[in-house]
Design a protein around this ligand. Structure first.
Ligand SMILES: CC(C)(COP(=O)(O)OP(=O)(O)OC[C@H]1O[C@@H](n2cnc3c(N)ncnc32)[C@H](O)[C@@H]1OP(=O)(O)O)[C@@H](O)C(=O)NCCC(=O)NCCS
Length: 236
């Protein structure tokens, strides 16, 4: 059964995954320019949800190069999967007549990969505000989950979200993650220790794959929108 969209190779890493215009590919050092540009446009949008250094930890922000080097080194030993999220956007792209540009629109990181009898990991993500609300992140999370379950053989994926983060709560709701409960002062975010709500999915809860379930849900919603659209009556 094909679970994770189009996959170049069924190997854990490096890997490229895609579903329609949404892609996941490894973060690389030459993403520096695009990454910095997206991040600088989105400072206020991302700030309430960004990890910050706890008291006593070096407060200097790490450079893109340092972050990328560290994530890639962890990926090589199987501890994390540092993806960028891309979107094949023909909108305002001057090259749109020849090929659709795959823009870097966000980041998704599978981290804390633990094997042995645990076989779990967690996922974190953000997207450019200009691309919010198109279902890009639910699709990206579905692709990553299926890769973790069906290629890496993980058993459990967790996503921890601040209760105030309505948009992120919608992402886990759309994908059918189970709410497990509050984790008080779980992560240092936006300058303080913040409560989070833990959401999880186990592989055996989604035998058909998360992406298949998400596709089905989207199709149902589209059908519903089609049937509930206001009908035009005959003109008088
Ligand atoms: C959370 C996040 C990744 C969602 O990504 P996305 O691709 O926009 O996800 P969706 O398209 O499914 O939209 C999710 C919800 O965002 C809200 N939303 C929709 N359009 C929006 C827009 N233009 N701007 C802001 N929020 C919007 C809606 O509530 C939507 O739910 P709905 O589809 O039921 O209406 C994104 O909002 C984001 O990056 N936020 C800032 C960083 C962050 O919160 N990271 C996660 C930390 S746990």
């Amino acid at each position: 059964m094909k679970h994770a969209g189009r996959q170049s190779l069924r190997r854990p890493w490096p890997v490229r995954l895609s579903e329609g215009p949404v892609g996941l590919r490894p973060l690389r050092t030459r993403d520096a320019g695009a990454w910095r540009q997206v991040r600088s446009r989105n400072l206020a949008w991302l700030q309430p949800w960004e990890a910050t250094p706890p008291p006593g930890v070096d407060p200097r922000p790490r450079s893109f190069r340092a972050m990328t080097r560290s994530l890639r080194a962890q990926a090589r030993v199987g501890l994390c999967l540092p993806f960028v999220v891309t979107y094949a956007d023909s909108g305002s792209d001057p090259d749109a007549t020849t090929a659709r540009a795959e823009r870097l629109v966000g980041q998704l990181t599978v981290s804390g990969i633990t094997l042995g009898s645990a076989r779990w990991a967690q996922i974190g993500y953000w997207i450019d505000q200009a691309y919010a609300g198109r279902g890009i992140m639910p699709t990206a999370v579905a692709l990553a989950c299926d890769h973790c379950f069906f290629v890496l053989g993980l058993h459990r994926i967790e996503i921890n979200i601040r209760p105030e983060n309505a948009a992120s709560l919608r992402v886990v709701d759309k994908l059918g993650f189970r709410r497990e409960g509050i984790r008080p002062r779980y992560l240092h975010i936006d300058g303080d220790w913040r409560d989070h709500v833990a959401y999880a999915l186990h592989a055996e809860e989604v035998p058909e794959g998360v992406l298949t379930r998400w596709r089905r849900r989207r199709a149902m919603e589209e059908r519903h929108r089609g049937t509930s659209a206001p009908q035009q009556g005959p003109s008088a």
